[in-house]
Design a protein around this ligand. Structure first.
Ligand SMILES: [Zn+2]
Ligand SMILES: [Zn+2]
Length: 331
């Protein structure tokens, strides 16, 4: 077992970063190593992506019902029992039996449990996951490179899918999700228009490097009318901005789990059969489809890595926009 600094752990314990209450930093602790029940896998975590949802959990904008909790829902790990490499996403468990599940919308399951929110996640050396909700990871990309695909990539992909065959697509907020989805959308032959917070030169440079047609600030209008837009940033004011940028019958998809209040806007910018919708969570089918497609399209995350004990730094860097691409804890 690797043990890269921090508190030492023996055979029955593990290092973890623990959420205790909203507004408090995660605490480095030693916890009992979890054990797998029937149908579950005990996993040795090697990498875990850091997601904006983790900031919403930390801030109490999305509630953790039963703290304390180990956060982290983009887990790449090895199954202790058989050595298989698996990925664990946000959707950790569903009842399979509610009206939404029966209608094929397990992402909206009335009793869903989410990894790193209702179930302990991957900001730890070990985790336990329901085997039915773990993904096989195609290809041989390093674990840290795969981690951001499991939420940023996957939920971004669900947003992209709901944009249909949009040829000109805008991404508002050019962080972890947008930089992955740009690679896929460009590979699919779409034109991507990247909107960043203020004049974020680094994010705009990354966007251009990844082949976008245009990159600018989110208060600018794009040079052409868009067919669809995805809003990844948690900023409600971007909703009317995106509606103004799309053509009649185009879609604006909100990809985040939380957003600041949307300001009032005139009906005429929604008129013309424009569609405004959110995307919530993921289905397992989204995951299988996206991971295969990402491998085929050669989607490669740009990552900034942190040690497990530096999770609070990773989170504050994410909040500050201190890096481009995605942050990953290497454990
Ligand atoms: Zn996430
Ligand atoms: Zn259900």
């Amino acid at each position: 077992m690797r043990n890269d600094g921090g508190v030492a752990s023996d055979e029955t314990s593990m290092r973890a970063m623990l959420f205790e209450a909203p507004g408090a930093p995660l605490r480095a602790v030693e916890l009992p190593r979890p054990t797998a029940g029937p149908g579950e896998l005990l996993l040795r975590v090697s990498a875990c992506g850091v997601c904006r949802t983790d900031l919403h959990l930390l801030d109490g904008e999305v509630e953790i019902a039963t703290p304390p909790r180990v956060l982290g829902h983009q887990i790449v790990a090895t199954s202790v029992a058989d050595g298989r490499r698996v990925g664990v996403p946000w959707l950790g468990w569903t009842d399979g039996d509610c009206a939404q599940c029966r209608a094929g919308r397990e992402n909206l399951c009335e009793h869903a449990r989410f990894t790193g929110c209702d179930i302990d996640g991957g900001y730890a050396e070990y985790a336990v996951a329901d085997a039915r909700f773990c993904f096989e990871i195609p290809g041989d990309q390093p674990d840290a490179q795969v981690a951001p695909l499991l939420c940023a990539g996957l939920i971004g992909y669900r947003c992209l899918r709901l944009c249909g065959d949009a040829a000109r697509i805008g991404f508002y907020g050019f962080g972890a999700a947008a930089h992955l989805l740009t690679q896929l959308a460009v590979w699919q032959g779409r034109e991507v228009y990247a909107f960043t917070r203020g004049r974020d030169e680094a994010a705009q440079a990354l966007a251009r490097e990844l082949g976008v047609t245009w990159a600018g600030s989110s208060d600018e209008r794009p040079p052409v009318e868009l067919d669809a837009a995805i809003i990844f940033a948690p900023v409600g004011a971007l909703v009317p901005a995106a509606l103004r940028a799309i053509r009649p019958a185009g879609s604006v998809v909100c990809g985040g789990i939380h957003m600041s209040e949307i300001p009032a806007f005139p009906y005429e910018i929604l008129w013309g059969e424009r569609v405004l919708r959110s995307v919530a969570n993921l289905t397992r089918a989204d995951g299988v489809e996206f991971l295969a497609l990402a491998e085929k399209a050669g989607v490669r995350p740009q990552i900034t890595t942190y040690a497990l004990e530096d999770a609070n730094t990773a989170l504050s860097d994410l909040r500050a926009g201190a890096f481009t691409g995605a942050a990953v804890l290497v454990i």
